[in-house]
Design a protein around this ligand. Sequence first.
Ligand code: UDX
Length: 432
Amino acid sequence: MKLSVIGTGYLGATHAAAMAELGHEVLGIDVDETKVARLSAGQVPFYEPGLPELLSKHVESGALRFGTSIAEAGEFADLHFVCVGTPQKPGELAADMTYVDAAFTALLEHVRPGAVLVGKSTVPVGTAARLAQQCAAAGGALVWNPEFLREGFAVEDTLRPDRIVIGAEDDDARAVLERAYESILATGTPLVVTDFPTAELVKVAANSFLATKISFINAMAEICEVTGGDVTKLAEAIGHDDRIGKKFLRAGLGFGGGCLPKDIRAFMARAGELGVDQAVAFLKNVDEINQRRRARMVDLAREMCGDSLAGRRVGILGAAFKPDSDDIRDSPALDVAFAIQRSGAAVRVYDPQAMGNAKDSYPTLAYAPSILDACDDADVVLHLTEWAEFRSLQPDDLASVVRAKNMLDGRNVLDPQHWRAEGWHFRALGRP
Ligand code: UDX
């Protein structure tokens, strides 16, 4: 099939390459000319394992190309995926719908009668019903098809999703989308067909649940900290109950990124507009528990430096919001680094992939080109993003460069006994 993808960020670029991999002819459209030039040259403007190979393969074969003209998208295809972002509005909890509205308005000026428009962006419930009317007025039909991809696993999650959710009012339009996903569905991928509001809610409900699970175990970490318990053992033990499960129970510095934080906040804002704010009032606690972990990390660093950070040197390992990503949106690691700097310490940050983005957004932080440089002469080392190269760190690797053997593990992946046996003062979140 011929199809267009409007918006080529994390979601759109991955979706475009994955659709080409499924055998479709794909045109990706973005307003950012620099991004389009890079994608057209087969380069991915962000770090996502496996995507550069997939993208260049299909750009070279001609199955995938990119442009800036939305009119061309209308000419090229009768199936259009809208993948633009819905970031948090500055100073508000609500999502900024400017990009979604602009994309639909522009696209609808150019689509042919009978075109199918697929909304993939994460939007406040009620958006699809409103956009469906706009689509119908232009002779098109809307379906809503939320995306659940995780950064770092985006290609895998798109080609082999846990489920496909389609919200539709129009059976013909739904059938067109099912045909586009035919080869994924043929492998037995569960398909959930529903109405617009449910499809929109599935996405925010899933992210709210995941955020709640993380904050739940981090709340237990707070309790462990005053009782002498060990949250990693607690998580292991409750995770053996398969009604609870082990996944998303890793206690530590908490969640960040471009999705979970802004999605739970937008959900609270939308619930407020609908007069059902009490239904998701718990999400405020979820958000607060998550923020408190960052503050706790700064407090522990201060304690390890003799109750004052002023004049201290702090080595920071990690800037990305999670490993295998260069995304620094709402990154707990950079938030902590910035707060520690504000407390008067000299920080040096190292991350395997996110340095460029970090430097752009936090230009006043100091950066180091390697782990050893970041930890050089440090009074304390903070492990904040669990990249493989940090997980495999040995006490001996750092012993000769640091000023004091103080290690603070914000991700609960280093072995406390091992570090302590080598003479380090080792602390972690939620552990004795
Ligand atoms: C998330 C959802 O998983 C995905 O389905 C949705 O489409 C977009 O949002 P992503 O933001 O890529 O994906 O990251 P994810 O792997 O979910 O991790 C989110 C954050 O939670 C990260 O900061 C991670 O470090 C943190 N996390 C995750 C924990 O602190 N503990 C855990 O046990 C799991």
